[in-house]
Design a binder for this molecule. Structure first.
Ligand code: ARG
Length: 577
């Protein structure tokens, strides 16, 4: 039972409210001088026909004999509130007592399986920044579920078919520069793709859904023919398709290595078209789907109030949704998951609403276990837009440049630290600190600001904590001098830090319930802030022995907590910075 629960229990004996009701209204005052918990008496006023101020006064009296028990040091009526002050030493003790290396881990998810479909770049095109957001958010969710004991399966569902592949195959056959492909496959494939779009006079698009289809364009038609050849199993076309897949796979791997992200399964849309088609044929027979005169198949949603959706093209070929229907059903069979989460751009919201509605319509009951986590755009400042090739910002370039900038920042500050860990951490943090659905304004100044709400700021707090502990260890071996001025009592900065540490396990749970890693990001920042305030006002090495021991323990607990918190965001820590 934690402190709050203990107080609620005591209160429930005094007033005519249930423990759960009390827990709901019991507040943590913003200012330390108002105590650790405040009980507002408004709710009782109506019942007792007395003013809340009177009730608070009355309760203060009743609590006189409970002081000294349950950690309670003082109970004071303040206006309509009854304020509880806890024994600070015990409070710190209680908050950090169970902080070990695995602090926050639990077995809550034991025996449960969570599938996360994330990243999913489109082969032949470089990964764009939307894919990095998906990758980072998905990876953080997986880490959190894992931490809580769930069995997690991360799936990278590559966009390996679609019109853009047809376009690339045409361009590959006509203009490939073999040497360039060897040197930098991602750039060469992008060059080919841009060249094709110039001929076709279309936009160079990033996502696979955004592909423009021109009904009567000589170039688009060539691309369509290649797609058909893929479906027919033409050897030569398959060989090129394979080469494109391998080359761009190498490019993706470089990015995943930098980000330290792994998948349990890497697969592609093309594997699920046939399965999707079989299911659709079945649905047609049961009259759950209908065909147009030209052969295109669609589904209507009377109940859900969603627009009609075509699920098969008129020439019978599979599209994005056909494959997703097949893939979802296969996954359910293969993994029997308790939850499946898709992390994609918000523009696919309707796609997933329709996908889940279609599956329901076709009699699948697992859709209540399916969730779509949509995320907003990442906007870049002018500086980065200048690095665009065609219309595409090369993610790998942004990452590398961030690492370069981290390197010069380290030099400038004459500090230590690994530029890769700082640079990658900076990017991850600047993305994760935003609620997924909100847009991100990216700037290097913000991402790498060691003094602001940034990855490096938090990493730095960890390094600072490590160095105090190192120092204390060395001091400990030295001959003891008389401790300098004795510092009496526990300072507020200590209790604040201890209370923050105690919040950690609940935050992780909340992230998995709401799919919001940003909660963990802002928690990490506030925890680091709390630590820095503590650090500036509470001397450690020069304190008297008792104080020193307590503070060192607190720092040790902070170190473990912030390390785990950053780990769940996929951000590495360093002992020296
Ligand atoms: N390839 C898609 C894109 O670039 C993302 C795939 C998401 N996963 C899925 N099962 N549809 O937007």
């Amino acid at each position: 039972m934690d402190n709050k629960e203990a107080i609620a229990k005591l209160l429930s004996k005094e007033v005519n409210l249930k423990e759960a009701e009390i827990l709901e209204i019991l507040e943590a005052p913003k200012e330390a001088e108002l105590g650790d918990f405040a009980f507002p008496c408004f709710k009782l006023a109506g019942k007792l026909k007395k003013s809340p101020v009177e009730i608070a006064k009355q309760l203060e009296k009743e609590f006189k004999d409970k002081i000294g028990k349950n950690n309670i040091e003082k109970v004071i009526a303040k206006g309509p509130y009854l304020n509880f002050f806890l024994n600070k030493n015990n409070l710190i003790e209680n908050s950090i007592d169970d902080v070990e290396e695995d602090y926050g881990r639990s077995k809550e998810g034991k025996g449960k399986k969570v599938v996360v479909d994330f990243s999913g770049p489109n082969i032949g095109k470089p990964m764009h920044v939307g894919h990095i957001r998906s990758t980072i958010v998905g990876d953080s969710l997986i880490r959190c579920y894992n931490f809580l004991g769930y069995n997690t399966i991360g799936i990278n569902y590559l966009g390996d078919v679609g019109l853009h592949i047809g376009k690339l195959i045409v361009a590959y056959e006509m203009w490939l520069d073999k040497k360039a492909l060897k040197e930098d496959p991602v750039k060469e494939l992008l060059r080919l793709y841009i060249l094709f779009c110039e001929k076709e006079k279309s936009e160079v698009s990033e996502g696979q859904d955004a592909e423009e289809e021109f009904a009567d364009n000589e170039w688009t038609n060539k691309a369509r023919e290649k797609l058909k050849l893929i479906e027919l199993g033409d050897k030569k076309t398959h060989k090129i398709w394979e080469e494109i897949r391998t080359s761009s796979g190498k490019g993706f791997d470089r990015v995943y290595q930098l980000l330290k992200v792994n998948f349990n399964e890497t697969t592609g849309q093309s594997k699920f078209g046939e399965k999707g088609k079989t299911i659709i044929t079945e649905a047609l027979r049961k009259n759950l789907a209908h065909s147009e005169k030209d052969g295109a198949v669609y589904v209507e949603f009377e109940k859900e109030n969603l627009p009609k959706r075509y699920i098969l093209r008129k020439n019978g070929t599979a599209s994005y949704i056909t494959q997703d229907i097949g893939a979802a059903i296969e996954r359910n069979k293969k993994y029997q998951f308790d939850k499946m989460i898709y992390v994609t751009d918000y523009r696919q919201q309707l796609h997933f609403q329709q996908l889940f509605a279609i599956l329901r319509k076709f009699g699948q009951t697992f859709t209540d276990k399916c969730h779509h986590v949509p995320f907003g755009t990442v906007n870049f400042g002018k500086e980065i837009l200048a690095t665009r090739a065609g219309n595409i910002i090369l993610l790998e370039d942004v990452l590398k440049k961030t690492i370069e900038k981290a390197k010069s920042e380290i030099k400038k500050r004459k500090t230590k630290g690994d530029p890769e860990k700082i640079g990658v951490g900076a990017i991850k943090y600047v993305i994760l600190r935003n609620e997924p659905i909100k847009d991100v304004e990216f700037s290097w100044d913000v991402a790498l600001n060691f003094e602001g709400d940034s990855g490096p700021y938090i990493q730095y707090a960890y390094a600072r904590a490590s160095s105090i502990i190192e120092k204390a260890k060395k001091e400990g071996k030295k001959v003891k001098e008389a401790p300098s001025k004795k510092i009496l009592g526990v300072l507020d900065q200590e209790t604040q830090l201890a209370k923050k540490i105690a919040e950690f396990p609940n935050i992780v749970v909340e992230v998995t319930e709401k799919f919001l890693p940003n909660l963990l990001a802002s928690y990490s920042f506030h925890l680091a802030q709390s630590f820095n305030e503590f650090y500036h006002s509470c001397p450690v090495i020069t304190a008297d022995n008792e104080t020193k021991a307590r503070r060192l323990k607190l720092i040790e607990a902070f170190r473990k907590t912030i390390k785990n918190s950053l780990y769940l965001l996929g951000i590495d820590v360093m002992d020296e910075m």
